[in-house]
Design a protein around this ligand. Structure first.
Ligand code: ARG
Length: 302
């Protein structure tokens, strides 16, 4: 069994095979984005408050930022009746098998999510369609495993190494990671989430490069904090208000240098600069009303 329980993570990061950074980024248009129900605390009292014109402007700026970086940007259309579909990090987990071979030969694929909220379940088939049309393996978790799974909301690749971080507690069930570990041949470092405002792992942990992560320690248990420190040489701690209100940990570093982050997280951006990163501040205020910022508005794939 490849999976290691958190108590048994006795390998060093350097023992894991190298994994290249993904070069493709997927974005979904916000035509039907809005807050129409509340499935996380940030959405409470926000129904009907999204300014659609402003949301589109903010989304366009995110898209232009990715266009300006050296990435292949793909855009899919949102669908009517699915106001959270714009958060395209949640419906799948893309992977690349690290063994040698051409990328076409069944090495690239996605595992489909099983959304916790009924309201979001119909989003998944759209992404399954996108990836199968583009020639990727589209895999489902076995029927033998029950429990929810919210893709790259909770499952984050360690930059540069074949290692997966697995958040659980609010959306994804921990036992799903046993199945993922077997399917993908990768150890999973489980992190229990302890504060409802940080309901997805990508709201409180942002791996930047192989050595460095942005983290809001208050979202984790003591064991979780120790695991983050075990595998990341440098952790940049985000202050509570920037994490909770500014979603500073929902930032994204596509290339080990630029960090796309919600505007106004000043303590965090200062620390990023001190750490040698280049913050790119973006306004995602309309999406914060739904409990998401830059990281969940895109999906990286190989
Ligand atoms: N309203 C969405 C939800 O609660 C927001 C998802 C944001 N995604 C994320 N990965 N944090 O499901």
């Amino acid at each position: 069994m490849i999976y290691r329980r958190p108590d048994d993570l006795d390998f060093a990061l350097a023992d894991r095979p190298r994994q290249e950074r993904p070069g493709n980024v997927l974005l979904t248009t916000p035509d039907y984005f809005g807050v129409e129900y509340a499935i996380n605390p940030h959405m409470e009292g926000k129904a009907g408050t999204v300014d659609k014109t402003e949301a589109l402007r903010q989304w366009e700026a995110v898209r232009e930022t990715y266009d300006a970086l050296d990435l292949d940007v793909h855009v899919t259309d949102g669908a009517a009746g699915l106001p959270d579909m714009v958060f395209c990090a949640n419906q799948t987990l893309p992977y690349l098998d690290p063994r040698e071979g051409p990328p076409e030969a069944g090495r690239r694929g996605v595992v489909l999510s099983r959304m916790r909220a009924e309201e979001r379940r119909e989003e998944v088939p759209y992404y399954a369609g996108f990836f199968s049309e583009h020639g990727y393996d589209v895999r489902e978790l076995s029927d033998q495993v029950d429990g929810h799974f919210e893709g790259m909301g909770d499952a984050l690749w360690h930059p540069g190494r074949h290692l997966l971080w697995g958040g659980h507690g609010f959306r994804t069930a921990p036992k799903v990671y046993d199945a993922l570990s077997e399917m993908l041949g990768v150890p999973v470092v489980l992190l229990e989430l302890a504060d409802e405002d940080f309901y997805h792992l990508d709201t409180c942990l942002c791996p930047l490069d192989e050595q460095t992560a942005l983290v809001y320690p208050g979202a984790f248990t003591e064991k979780g904090r120790a695991l983050v420190r075990q595998f990341f040489e440098n952790t940049i701690e985000v202050p509570a208000v920037e994490a909770r209100e500014g979603f500073a940990c929902n930032a994204h570093c596509p290339d080990g240098e630029h960090v796309l982050i919600q505007r106004g997280c000043d303590v965090t951006t200062e620390q990023l600069v001190a750490g040698g990163f280049t913050p790119v501040e973006l306004e995602t205020g309309e999406f914060l009303k739904s409990g998401g910022s830059v990281f969940c508005m895109k999906l990286m794939f190989w």
